[in-house]
Design a protein around this ligand. Structure first.
Ligand SMILES: Cc1cc2nc3c(=O)[nH]c(=O)nc-3n(C[C@H](O)[C@H](O)[C@H](O)COP(=O)(O)OP(=O)(O)OC[C@H]3O[C@@H](n4cnc5c(N)ncnc54)[C@H](O)[C@@H]3O)c2cc1C
Length: 537
């Protein structure tokens, strides 16, 4: 089957849906998403969206906080642009129907999070992402120009490669994507004038992650295979505080205890009951995430303990209930009352700072392919993302990308010469369990050797194992009828390869990338780690 749309949007999180709503004013839009439409990192965002909404707050301060967290790798022009345009994008989100908490004076209630010097987190209780997703999906479903395809898995981007042409990386163009329809098992050709990659991050490449199972880095892997520029994959943010309950199942992800619990006065203690953050940083529990995650990792390793405690029980119970109703209720089902008990927590992979390199208007290095949201490396986060800056980035970039995307769509035709997917030679394999085993093994390797603290021998060990898994997966892929499990494994192997490759190139410690054998920053390495297309030709 062949479909034709002016705009093909891959992903139904905040980035994809907000772009779709804008693009639908200019033409037909297909939004494809690999599971049900709400399943995304967006849906699980708790804390909120950072923006200068208080008259006493200043753009300068938000810019400075972002630059400090980014450890010398943020693009200052990008940071200023995103911070300046953020408030207007939040108002637009409210126009689309998103409801945010209000204070007693009727104005927006603004929370505080680690690394921010002011109260600037717009939120909906502790379920901001769910509210954003609800509002955007409602608006998308009502729009006549948008067709939403659930259970449709983007497999590969279409470029001149599918036409059998070899072109220089600088001359690449994107014509849409091959998409697996989960219901029929068939691979369909989606042709588009403009393709917008909004497929989110890659937290699932680690064993412990706050990301839902959809976050397998498919967008980054697809773009990499298509020879787009990809950068800064070594910077994976570990959230310091995910719930530690080894026997609890939260659908393949760790349950997050939001930053805002520390913002509201939560204290971290080791299992001996000692508060340890003052030994690591002057900002104590409100230090940026990388510092808090490393401190927890250090305590757990030094003391041989499986977790630490996060305790907010000294605060009034009604304030805890008002601000964290969802977390409180979830913990209660596991026998923990956070108004009285400390919460067992460990760090977990949380946010992919690197990704597909984009310019200030969301253009990738492939013409006709735009990207926004967590799938990208835009220059906003640098070596470490400041809390609640990611929903903001997605909103701003989906707006910035619109004008150039519309101009591109209006001046380019569909590429009808793209052939349909060729299934000849593919067979139904009987060894699917191997795919599951390889996925588990890959995630374990990443957790053990490429986690919060890295070193050259650990990275080399990981690289050897990833190479083997990559080879086995490619062999399987070449001879088997495709399904999404195999596609995800293939993408995860590519992501692991990119993370280790970028990490090995950076022989220093900076932001989220900590090398035990190079523990200090090296000013001469204050640049992005870019995988140029020549690397993958
Ligand atoms: C637990 C948690 C809490 C967070 N809290 C906050 C917060 O408080 N503030 C903040 O700013 N950020 C927060 N973040 C980060 C933030 O939620 C994400 O960075 C942001 O939502 C990313 O939006 P996105 O649209 O780029 O990607 P996502 O929301 O992840 O959407 C990606 C979409 O792409 C689809 N997809 C992926 N691969 C394919 C494929 N091959 N084919 C078709 N579809 C595909 C997915 O199914 C999904 O619909 C949090 C993240 C998590 C996990």
């Amino acid at each position: 089957m062949r479909e034709r749309f002016d705009y093909l949007v891959i992903g139904s999180g905040v980035a994809g849906l907000s772009f779709a709503l804008r693009a639908a004013q200019h033409g037909t839009v297909a939004v494809i998403t690999k599971k049900t439409s709400a399943e995304s990192n967006t849906n699980y965002a708790q804390g909120g969206i950072a923006a200068v909404m208080d008259p006493d707050d200043r753009v300068e301060d938000h810019v400075r906080d972002t630059l400090v967290a980014g450890a010398g790798l943020c693009d200052p022009d990008v940071v200023r642009m995103v911070v300046t345009e953020g408030p207007a994008r939040i108002r637009e989100l409210m126009d689309w129907g998103a409801r945010f908490d209000r204070g007693e004076d009727g104005g927006l209630h603004l929370g505080r999070e680690g690394g921010h010097s002011a109260d600037r987190i717009v939120h909906h209780e502790d379920m901001t992402g769910r509210e954003v997703e609800r509002a955007l999906l409602t608006a998308v479903r009502e729009h006549a120009n948008i067709t939403l395809y659930e259970h449709h898995f983007a497999v590969n981007l279409l470029t001149q490669h599918q036409l059998g042409q070899r072109v220089d990386a600088d001359d690449l163009r994107c014509f849409g994507a091959y998409v697996l329809d989960e219901a029929t098992g068939r691979i369909e050709t989606f042709l588009a004038r403009v393709t917008l990659l909004a497929a989110g991050g890659a937290g699932q490449v680690y064993l412990h992650t706050t990301n839902p199972t959809v976050a397998t880095g498919d967008g980054i892997a697809m773009a990499y295979r298509a020879r787009a520029r990809v950068a800064n994959m070594e910077f994976m943010q570990f959230h310091p505080t995910s719930l530690y309950l080894p026997d609890a199942d939260f659908g393949g992800r760790a349950f997050l205890i939001t930053e805002a619990v520390r913002g509201d006065g939560g204290i971290l203690r080791n299992l001996g009951g000692e508060r340890f953050m003052p030994d690591y940083d002057d900002r104590h529990e409100l230090a940026p995430r990388d510092i808090v995650a490393r401190a927890i990792d250090d305590q757990m390793k030094k003391r041989g303990e499986p977790h630490v405690w996060l305790d907010i029980s000294h605060k009034p119970a009604d304030a805890i209930l008002a601000h964290f109703p969802n977390i409180h209720e979830t913990l209660l089902t596991h026998g923990i009352d956070m108004t009285r008990d400390p919460i067992p927590v460990v760090p977990a992979a949380h946010y992919t700072c690197g990704g597909v390199l984009v310019d200030m208007e969301g253009r990738t290095s492939i013409a006709g392919l735009f990207a926004c949201g967590e799938v990208t490396c835009s220059g906003l986060h640098g070596a470490n993302r400041l809390a609640s800056n990611s929903l903001l980035e997605a909103l701003v970039y989906s707006w910035r990308a619109l004008d150039p995307a519309v101009a591109y769509a209006q001046s380019h035709e569909y590429e009808d010469a793209i052939p349909d997917w060729d299934e000849t030679g593919a067979e139904n394999a009987t060894e699917w369990v191997l795919v599951r085993h390889n996925r588990q093994e890959l995630r374990t390797v990443m957790q053990n050797y490429v986690g919060i603290v890295r070193s050259t021998p650990r990275l080399e060990r990981a690289a050897r194992r990833i190479e083997l898994i990559h080879r086995e997966t490619e062999e399987f892929y070449q001879r088997t009828t495709l399904n999404s499990e195999l596609c995800e494994l293939r993408n995860l192997a590519a992501i692991a390869h990119l993370i280790v490759g970028c990490a090995m190139r950076r022989t220093e410690s900076r932001g989220l990338h900590f090398m035990a054998d190079y523990p200090d920053p090296d000013p001469s390495q204050a640049y992005d780690t870019v995988y140029a297309p020549a690397d993958v030709a």
